[in-house]
Design a protein around this ligand. Sequence first.
Ligand SMILES: [Zn+2]
Length: 457
Amino acid sequence: MSTAAIFGSYVLSRKDGAQDVLRDHWVLIEGKRIAAITRDKPHADQVYDRPGRFVLPGLLNLHNHCFSEAVARSHSEDGNGRKNNQSIVYTVLLPLTKRGAEILSAQERLAVARLGILQLLKGGATTVMEPFRNSIPEMFDAAEEMGIRFYGAPYLFSTSDAKAGSDGVVQYSGDDGAADMATWDALYQRWNNRGDGRISLAMSPHATDTCGPDLLKACATRARELGVPITTHLAQSHAEVETIGKRYGGRTPAEYLDWLGLLAPDLLAAHCVASTDDDLKLMAARGATVLNCPRVFARRGVTAAFSRFAEHGVRTVVGTDGYNMDLLGELNAASIISKTSSQRGDVANSPELIESVTATAAGVIKRPDLGVIVPGATADLTVVDLSHPHLQPHYDPRRVLVALANRANIDQVIVDGRVLVDMGRYARGDEAAITSAGAAAIRKIWELPEAREVLAG
Ligand SMILES: [Zn+2]
């Protein structure tokens, strides 16, 4: 069994169920497990003795979209690509990823998937939950090949062809529920538990407005038969709230999911920016989780404050959605946006935010072996280099991490004891080749006439 020892000027361990920052310790890995946390240097095959490192449990990024993020990249900033400052979900993300997946070859889709996984790993994540169009199954191939822990969440839609015209009104079409369930089942059979157990599936009905009651109920039933988590988009916009209210007797999107039995501890609901206080109280009572992705909303002036969800007692974790996959940067945004919106400096503090992407997130997916550095835990680690000039000196490593660090300070990413990122570089392939191949495939989508039209402004 191979062994590795990693020195941390700080190690974020665990004591009595809470974070415990150890000074000058070693983490000893044996095979896929953490064997010990020691003061003295242990014997090991590989020794990483670098000063100024902060050894954290592997970070979990439970909401991201590699493919659609790349499609929209730099086209959706500064109000571009938007109709009346509305969401780009129905103008850019849904239609262009659908068409894009159709016109690219399997090899080109794989190139985009590799680019995305590379970006996620270099953003510090060891575990990700990635919802994507089921016409991009190459996400699984890339995840298996590159070694990340991957909860693939291929979408199910009742109406996969949701599109907004120039008036901003969403037209819903398509009738794909049964076909998408069959595809999901086939992907589950093929992929679940592959990659030495690192590949899993989540049930992923796309959103409340694109999934009807029958499909949502079928998703819940199937997910609970298999014991897999359910993830969806909930209350992403006021337009969605209006649509659901009109269709289902005045229900809010959260009430709609509750009516169908989905609001429960196995539900991970992205965004909830248009949720009422009563919706959040209901989610807290049902034990559902909010996936808070503040930056993707902040870029169009919408506040998605971690502190608002946390103050309502809802279990809340931070993810990157379709924005840069820089989990440290996202934690910083979660801190700043919470403080700005509540006009208080003492909300969304650093230990709480770090907890949200480690132990809390691991609890959401029922993986107590992840998100903690204790003997016997799975050897998933994120190591941050605090020796950079903008991070020295510091008094508290957790506060310097959230307030001042970012993806460029990631030193190592280790999954199942395997070093995937070392000295800030992907250790198992050619970064430049992966990046240029992925970028070339995305440019092909940008050449489509419909892409030129919606991305123009
Ligand atoms: Zn999303």
